[in-house]
Design a protein around this ligand. Structure first.
Ligand code: UTP
Length: 410
């Protein structure tokens, strides 16, 4: 572990000396803990606070990208389905559930997957996802290995919940958990927040590190041993998420693409969703706030939006390609969030409004690291019911409505 002098030098270099302000008041254990946190923290991300280093300031030339449409898929359904079912039966497909986020917008203090979205009966978000995956098991006769990413903050609760609920009927042999990395959070002036006199405020560092965390957890060996070639990565908070969808997998394999992404048609030019497009001749996702008005409104000859296909955090990646790009650096996003912190009186404050930044890498940036990505259009009302907020847009209420529309009893 580093010495107090080394810690002081590091903190001085990054203008973070306040972290040691209460060091003299700590007991030996607390002192050790704080020094080891200082040693582990990647202070270099602080450079992303300056505008010129921000990912959004360094984008290339965007161009629209079409998709395999719902109509195309209907025409080729049998072929795609049979290729996908074969891949699943031959053990070539795994799924990764991204569940390391903190779900601050929902304001639920447990892991988001533990949220009960039921009305007259219990129906947890994790349960909805497992039910969807069980449909694939029924269709193919094979269990899909499921790797669940948690964070240090929610791992114990998540694992215990799966145990308590008997994995919602999934075969537990096929489920493995792994923990993602953390990053420090700062105030709007770039000063790292403290949670207590001995604890730096750290939080999960975004969903982009999922593959490197799999590797660090030693699970790549498991993936290789099982002969898995494709990984379907998906978000915890879409209760209509179709996981390891045989048609999607079949379409990507048939197309010869290195990756695939489920997409939905935007409802309006202004919809706040990332759009799958081309950037400097490679597939990429442009965030809604990065699009100019001209890009948003641009139409094709047949009057459709040119930048039409929004992503829903459901991607298929090839393990070979993931291994090739493992050492490539991912862009760091600076995101405004509500960060609990210790005030001058030593009290923990939970803010109502965003009060600082977190540093995150995002899985969507992995798309730009692929030579090709197949946009695969799905019906929004069948496959996209995000639970982001407690009310209003993309909320518990809207997701419940969509679940009902899909015949799911609540
Ligand atoms: P969001 O971007 O919605 O973040 O995550 P969040 O932390 O869940 O929610 P807010 O923004 O605080 O309200 C999209 C997906 O990525 C996962 C989430 O669990 C969700 O499935 N995620 C996010 C991680 O696995 N790790 C992270 O560090 C962040």
């Amino acid at each position: 572990m580093i010495t107090l002098d080394t810690a002081k030098k590091i903190l001085k270099q990054y203008g973070q000396e306040h972290i040691l302000a209460h060091y003299g008041e700590l007991d030996e254990n607390e002192k050790e803990k704080l020094l080891s946190q200082i040693e582990l923290i990647d202070f270099s991300v602080l450079e992303y606070l300056s505008n010129e280093n921000r990912h959004s300031s360094n984008r290339g030339k965007f161009e629209p990208l079409g998709a395999v449409t719902i109509e195309d898929i209907a025409e080729n359904k049998d072929k795609y389905h049979s290729v996908g079912v074969d891949a699943i039966r031959n053990g070539k497909v795994a799924a990764v559930l991204l569940a390391g986020g903190q779900g601050t917008r929902l304001g639920f203090d447990k892991p988001k997957g533990m949220f009960d979205i039921g009305i007259t009966k219990e129906l947890y978000i994790f349960e909805c996802l497992i039910n969807n995956l069980l449909k694939v098991v029924e269709d193919t006769g094979a269990f899909v290995p499921l790797y669940v990413m948690t964070s240090e903050k929610n791992n114990e609760d998540t694992v215990n919940f799966f145990e308590e609920k008997n994995y919602f009927g999934y075969d537990r042999k096929y489920v493995k958990f792994f923990i993602q990395d953390m990053a420090a959070s700062v105030d709007f002036n770039g000063k790292i927040y403290m949670e207590s006199k001995s604890d730096i405020s750290i939080s999960p560092n975004g969903n982009g590190g999922w593959f490197s965390s799999i590797v660090r957890a030693g699970l790549l060996k498991d993936i290789r041993k099982k002969g898995i070639e494709w990984i379907n990565v998906f978000a915890v908070d879409n209760v209509l998420q179709q996981i390891a969808d045989p048609c999607f997998i079949g379409a990507v394999i048939e197309s010869g693409s290195q990756s695939g992404s489920k997409v939905v048609s935007k409802v309006s030019p202004d919809e706040r969703v990332g759009v799958l497009c081309m950037e400097d001749n490679k597939p990429s996702i442009v965030e809604y706030y990065e699009m100019t008005e001209k890009m948003r409104e641009l139409c094709t000859e047949d009057g459709q939006l040119a930048y039409k296909y929004g992503v829903i955090l459901n991607y298929l990646f090839s393990v070979d390609r993931l291994e090739e790009i493992i050492s490539e650096k991912m862009p760091v996003h600076v995101v405004e969030k509500k960060i609990p912190y210790m005030d001058e009186n030593g009290e923990l404050v939970t803010p109502e409004e965003p009060n600082g930044y977190k540093f995150e890498t995002l899985v969507l940036d992995m798309v730009h690291m692929q030579e090709s990505c197949l946009p695969y259009e799905v019906e929004r009302c069948r496959e996209f019911a995000p639970v982001k907020n407690s009310d209003g847009v993309d909320s518990v209420e809207t997701a419940r409505e969509l679940l009902k529309q899909n015949g799911i009893e609540l």
